[in-house]
Design a protein around this ligand. Structure first.
Ligand code: SAM
Ligand code: DTB
Ligand code: SF4
Length: 334
């Protein structure tokens, strides 16, 4: 028997209402995304599975390994982030790592089975002179046969082109939250600044990796607002990391009420349905999830993870554990 579908009036359509102030169709009106979140769990997962199996091999998972190449001391005030200079956390500042150290880490990631290597730096926005050592890292990592990704903060169009020339495949820059919750989390840069960086990345011909964080105290409607905003980017991001807040002592968001894991699974499912062609990454927060919750995330359409013992400054499951989990589930790296 087929699952009940969301009402036709709420389904996405090519002639949906126009977004205020733009000439672009709102392909996923907020109400349609909220209606997906409100489906009975089994019906939501059934729809997500159908979309997932139409567009992807449901057994394949893409593996990205992260490395923080410049850590801490960031002037921004992102309420979740242990690397902000404004929050008294245990993170020690670390200037830019030497090239050889980065390439050695990339080599280990490749040998462990990663397909992509993502270099993160705690910048508000890199200066042009910061880009040169990073361009060398990108070229070196790519020469090993790994896909390259970087997350360095806000970029100007010329900087994005410089990174593209160096061989950058993906740039990660998250919207982080719905527009109407954003001001409660970050005050030192605007939502529009993030959209401008995404435009610069897209214009340079780099694949866009853009997602957000849930579990920051947002409402259910604001979770839907985050997914709707991502899905209405035109085109949708190639890669969509869905992070569960990692609560770090010293950050303003430490102590927030934990999100119900089933609500996290729902977020993955709705991202899968609304962005059928995107990789949906089960990102930060896996360390606090059971194998069973992660398995539900894969069923809901997640097809990528961060792989390796460390995210940027916080722990991630052991690679051995992840390999065993994938094997238990009959899944494989792709
Ligand atoms: N500084 C750059 C920037 O903010 O764009 C790049 C690095 S920043 C750490 C990359 C992303 O990591 C953030 O946009 C946020 O989505 C995610 N992140 C940071 N701290 C997190 C936390 N405690 N829990 C979950 N995600 C987090
Ligand atoms: C993303 O969306 N999540 C990653 C990656 N992009 C750069 C970062 C998660 C960071 C979690 C906190 C930390 O380890 O510092
Ligand atoms: Fe800085 Fe990025 Fe952390 Fe914000 S998320 S404080 S910009 S490192």
């Amino acid at each position: 028997m087929n699952a009940p579908q969301i009402p036709t009036s709420l389904q996405h359509s090519t002639d949906a209402p126009r977004q205020a102030g733009t000439n672009k169709a709102a392909r996923w009106p907020l109400a349609a995304v909220e209606a997906l979140f409100a489906l009975p769990f089994a019906d939501l997962l059934w729809q997500a599975q159908q979309v997932h199996r139409t567009h992807w091999n449901p057994l394949g998972v893409q593996l990205s390994t992260l490395l923080s190449v410049k850590t801490g001391g960031c002037p921004e005030d992102c309420g979740y982030c242990p690397q902000s200079i404004r929050h008294p956390t245990a993170v020690a500042n670390q200037p830019m790592l030497p090239l050889e150290e980065v390439l050695a880490a990339a080599r280990r990631a490749k040998d462990a089975g990663a397909g992509r290597f993502c270099m993160g730096a705690a910048f508000r926005a890199p200066k042009d002179r910061d880009l040169e050592p990073i361009a060398e890292m990108i070229a070196g990592v790519r020469a090993m046969g790994l896909e390259t990704c970087a997350t360095l903060g806000m970029l100007k169009p010329g900087q994005a082109r410089r990174l593209k020339d160096a061989g950058l495949d993906f740039y990660n820059h998250n919207l982080d939250s719905a527009p109407d919750f954003y001001g409660e989390i970050i005050t030192t840069r605007e939502y529009q600044d993030r959209l401008d960086t995404l435009d610069a990345v897209r214009a340079a011909g780099i694949n866009v990796c853009c997602g957000g964080i849930v579990g920051m105290g947002e409402s259910a409607s604001q979770r839907a607002g985050l997914v709707a905003t991502l899905a209405n980017l035109d085109p949708a991001p190639e890669s969509v990391p869905i992070n569960l807040l990692v609560q770090v002592e010293g950050t303003p968001l430490h102590g927030r009420e934990a999100l119900d894991p089933l609500e996290f699974v729902r977020t993955i499912a709705v991202a899968r349905i609304t962005m059928p062609h995107s990789r949906v990454r089960l990102s930060a927060g896996r360390q606090s999830m059971s194998d069973a919750v992660q398995a539900l995330c894969f069923l809901a359409g997640a097809n990528s993870i961060f792989y390796g013992e460390q995210l940027l400054t916080t722990p991630n499951p052991e690679a051995d554990h992840d390999r065993a989990l994938l094997e238990k589930l009959g899944m494989h790296a792709e």
